[in-house]
Design a protein around this ligand. Structure first.
Ligand SMILES: *Cc1c(COP(=O)(O)O)cnc(C)c1O
Length: 372
């Protein structure tokens, strides 16, 4: 039995006809950049997530960078975010000369602990960037309440959470701006790089579009230094097909998570993912916490020997990354994120997992440690 962390090949075989036709159509048209299919996808995605404007771009990192560029921050301004995420979230702030200010995460949901945000706000704080990590939303009602009180814009990093909702509102559409990624392994993945920005604000939408297009609002007139960040037409065509299947894909992930939860219920040395009561979970990752005395490296090694991949997302919290060493963070600054980095383990999660595979994965996992 071959087990993959993410099985894009089997997924492709299920939708091959639709995908191949969509790609062939773009090649026939030769409208490879900014073709009509890109506009069509932007409209389809805006309808799906329920927001006014979708601006597609080159990848999720660009989406975050363009969003921060649109807010008019000055060098040295502070951006509040989480230390337990993929580097891109804080990297773009650093790249633009802003200062990432980390707020520790909640030990159960892995998302930014909203109750700790206000203590991190200073006169230089200019934005809050929550991440909807692994597929469940951060506590947006509390984050938005704090943001409004302090007149701060909120940029949601929804790269892992497309389709997750709070009270029917989709991840990425609750703050001022939302960002997502179409990296192939993401919940809505294309066959290369891609990203998108969501906003309901007309003026921000114009600004975001201009920044993504060389700072140009009128062709060959450049009002500001922007970037060149585009979703190409072939990727948009693929995404149009995959968007039609996104609800099925999400349901498959949720079913797989339920199966894991059931199979792992009697295992006393792992904690299965906790879902906050205010959000749905779209399981970009299925991430366990191992009891602290468990030798995680050995568990991974033994699983690997049985042909089962498992990953650590993320082994080093951002404040302890060498890239941020000049910011003067120290071990102990964000103890929850640090503990999670030592104890989390993500199991294979994708749209094509079947119960037999999951039974084998869980039996193998249990066999790596005798205590359950
Ligand atoms: C994937 C991801 C990104 C970056 O997306 P790319 O398309 O790879 O640039 C940013 N933030 C988070 C939380 C991600 O998971």
């Amino acid at each position: 039995m071959e087990i993959k962390m993410v099985d894009l090949q089997t997924q492709y075989l299920h939708i091959k006809k639709e995908i191949d036709e969509a790609i062939a159509k773009v090649i026939d048209s030769t409208a490879f950049i900014n073709g009509p299919v890109v506009k069509e996808f932007q409209e389809n995605l805006a309808n799906y997530v329920g927001c006014k404007h979708v601006i597609t771009c080159g990848n999720g990192t660009d989406a975050l960078q363009i969003s921060l560029m649109a807010l008019g921050l000055q060098p040295g301004d502070e951006v509040i975010t989480t230390p337990f995420t993929f580097i891109a979230t804080a990297e773009v702030a650093g790249l633009l000369g802003f200062k990432p200010v980390f707020v520790d995460v909640h030990p159960d949901t892995f998302n930014i602990d909203a109750s700790k945000i206000e203590a991190a706000i200073t006169p230089r704080t200019k934005a809050i960037v929550p991440v909807h990590l692994f597929g469940q939303c951060a506590d947006m009602s509390e984050i938005l309440r704090i943001a409004r009180k302090h007149a701060l814009p909120v940029v949601e990093d929804a790269c892992q959470a497309i389709g997750a909702t709070i009270d029917g509102k989709m991840a990425g559409t609750m703050g001022d701006i939302g960002c997502t990624s179409f990296f192939p392994s993401k919940n809505l993945g294309c066959y290369g790089d891609g990203g998108a920005i969501f906003t309901n604000d007309d003026a921000l939408a114009t600004r975001l579009r201009g920044i993504a297009n060389h700072g140009s609002f009128v062709k060959y007139h450049h009002d500001m230094i922007g970037v060149n960040s585009r979703l190409d037409s072939i990727q948009a065509a693929i995404l149009n097909v995959k968007l039609r299947h996104l609800d099925e894909f999400t349901a498959a992930r949720q079913k797989a998570a339920e199966t894991y939860n059931r199979l792992l219920a009697d295992c006393d040395w792992v904690s299965t993912p906790a879902v906050a009561p205010f959000t749905t979970h779209v399981y970009h990752q299925y991430t366990l916490r191992l009891r602290e005395d468990i030798d995680r490296a050995r568990v991974i090694e033994k699983l690997k020997a049985l042909g089962i991949p498992a990953m650590i997302y993320y082994p080093v919290p951002l404040h302890l990354q060498k890239a941020f060493v000049s910011s003067g963070f120290r071990e102990g600054d964000f103890p929850v994120a640090e503990k999670l980095s030592r104890t989390v383990l993500s199991l294979p999660m994708h749209t094509e997992l079947d119960e037999k595979q999951q039974e084998f994965i869980v039996e193998s996992l249990k066999s790596t440690s005798k205590s359950c």
